[in-house]
Ligand binder design. Structure first.
Ligand SMILES: [Zn+2]
Length: 322
């Protein structure tokens, strides 16, 4: 008997972690006036129904980044909050909010974003990637009757660093930490002092959109600018794949990431060829920093994608090896 419905864990007072069949970690935070949902999963469940079984408060849905395992059920909701850079279309919207259909009409939705929120049963990219991503068929079994991506013409509300979700007796602040994607956001809750870091601070950090030196600056901004506001980190893949865990990520992962990028800048980065975590039939050379088993598919080592070395420095950045 395999598991075909998300597992729900209470990780702090009025704070829940929804484990969507080993793919995505979504979070529900309930305040005295409103609730906040962080990320919208892949589509292997009816997430809206799950949220509304947990909280009866009005709620907002905030998205860390627009990958298929984080924004997949966007169309279940009237509105989502997201950084505008995540759309990746031909132009960047200048409005504060816009309906999905209007963004498509104006060429502001890139191919990747459209695939991420597209129909789950359609053959092609999403079907292929998402089915691989869940992995561990001996543990999980997505069932067609639970699959749900919604059909609303969702309004996207664009937010950036400094935006605060006021839930009444708790406030959740937004931090910009691009790299894994162009407009990746982190959310820090002042009541539980948890930073919800999506894929910006975990074992799958990447830095595809700026140089290693700039990425260090963003990581230090999160560490030094906000470090006094959080004690724990929950990322977008707590309990990933076939593992069962509801523990937070050690804060050390941020320091390890900084060191991984510093090693790149010094020309001392250690690289290994490893299976791609969403498709173990393929391998990729990764920068690895850490000490756990090198062939572990679910390694918690920070891994930095290999297209970083050619872009060690941004134009005009001081060439000081940190
Ligand atoms: Zn992810």
């Amino acid at each position: 008997m395999k598991i075909s419905q998300p597992l729900i864990h209470e990780i702090a007072e009025r704070t829940w972690f929804v484990d969507e069949l080993g793919t995505n970690a979504m979070y529900i935070l309930e305040g005295s006036e409103r609730s906040l949902v962080i990320d919208a999963g892949t589509g292997y469940c009816n997430f809206k129904a799950i949220i509304e079984s947990i909280t009866d408060k009005p709620y907002d849905v905030a998205i860390t980044h627009a990958h298929p395992d984080h924004v997949g059920m966007m169309h279940e909701f009237d509105q989502i909050f997201i950084n505008r850079l995540e759309l990746d279309g031909e132009t960047i919207p200048t409005e504060d909010r816009k309906k999905y259909s209007d963004l498509v009409k104006d060429g502001q939705v890139g191919e990747m974003f459209a695939r991420c929120v597209g129909p789950i049963k359609a053959e092609g990219y999403f079907f292929k990637i998402a089915r691989q991503h869940v992995g561990y068929w001996d543990v999980w079994e997505p069932k067609d009757e639970y699959i749900c991506k919604g059909d609303k013409d969702t309004e996207l509300i664009f937010i950036d660093e400094g935006y605060v979700f006021d839930l009444g007796d708790r406030k959740v602040s937004t931090v910009f930490l691009p790299g894994h994607t162009k407009g990746h956001l982190i959310f820090i809750d002042d009541m539980t002092r948890i930073a919800f870091t999506g894929d910006a601070v975990n074992h799958n950090n990447g830095s595809r959109f700026h140089a290693a030196s700039t990425h260090i600056r963003y990581l230090l901004h999160f560490l030094e600018g906000y470090g006094k506001t959080y004690d724990r980190i929950f990322n977008g893949h707590t309990s990933y794949g076939g593992t069962f865990s509801s523990f937070s990520e050690p804060i050390a992962v941020v320091y390890n990431l900084v060191e991984a990028y510093r090693a790149l800048l010094r020309g001392e980065a250690h690289t290994e060829v490893r299976p791609v975590h969403i498709d173990p039939s393929r391998t990729v050379e990764l920068v690895v920093y850490g000490t756990d088993a090198p062939n572990s598919r679910l390694s918690k080592n920070p891994m930095v994608t290999p297209n970083v070395p050619p872009r060690l420095w941004e134009d005009g950045e001081e060439h000081i090896i940190p």
